[in-house]
Design a protein around this ligand. Sequence first.
Ligand code: SAM
Ligand code: SF4
Length: 330
Amino acid sequence: MIDPFGRKISYLRVSVTDRCDFRCKYCMSENMTFLPKKDVLSLEELEKISAAFIRKGVRKIRITGGEPLVRKGIMELFRNLGLYIRSGELDELTLTTNGSQLEKYAGELFEAGVRRLNVSLDTRDPYRFQDITRWGNFEKVMTGIRTAKAAGLKIKINTVALKGFNDHEFNDLVRWVGDEGMDITFIETMPMGTIDGHRSDQYLPLSDVKQQLAENWTLTPSAYRTGGPSDYFDVAETGGRIGFITPLTHNFCESCNRVRLTCTGILYMCLGQEDSANLKNVLRGENGAAALDAAIDEAIGRKPKGHDFVVDRQNDDRPAVPRHMSVTGG
Ligand code: SAM
Ligand code: SF4
């Protein structure tokens, strides 16, 4: 699949639920209205759409959400998609998780064929963790991380850089991940959906974070690539890597290789734009697989050049898109 800007689309992100057992302050408001269960695709339907993308050349699938591991029966989807790893039709099956259910599922994820995963963690201070996630349990996440490592899963920590919240902890996080043999990626907060409070109060450009880290660590640009938007740096002192995802300070759209499917079967061709394709209707209509392949081709032909994220009080902190990150999946 090649889009109108010559970019090869080989990466599908699938949000399997918009629900979550946390309420991270930059991601959700405290009182969220979730989708009625009847609107959500069955796991079998999500698998059928994923299979169509694999037929069309997708080599990497990331399962995300909401919190993917709170969806009932989710291991069935992992097991079934894992078969495509075994047959060589997929290079990678991975997930992004808040870690709360990893103790329970790490072994099964490894068995299904998952080898790497991202765990989101914005602080190592249990009190701050409670504050930012509202409902999270820090010790449970730490146990989850330990269990996943013991199961043989390689972990990358995702940290949203938040002004006045975790900006004094970045060096500690880099030291910790280095000691634990994990990598870390810092992310700029993106204007997606309405939250309680102002995003411009939280927004911290990663150029500032990089500068702060460079005072303490020897960072050299790394050749490492995961097919994602991260710019990686090797850390001489720890032997680990730091990634920076900078949707606001540096637009990474030129090399975008991905599209995103929601749990209701809506395909978003860009995280930061509204245009979409309704694959649920196509899947449930006549001509199943053939119609799905044609609808995917048509949607890829509409993939936009990029997003226009801005975090600015002058625009009254209006989100670039009304949907929360938990709908499209981070
Ligand atoms: N619940 C899982 C988790 O937290 O890892 C997966 C879904 S979550 C939406 C995926 C990633 O998006 C997380 O790393 C989270 O920190 C990040 N995220 C959520 N809202 C964001 C926002 N407005 N700007 C930047 N990153 C955000
Ligand atoms: Fe849930 Fe992940 Fe959003 Fe936090 S960032 S509320 S864990 S979906």
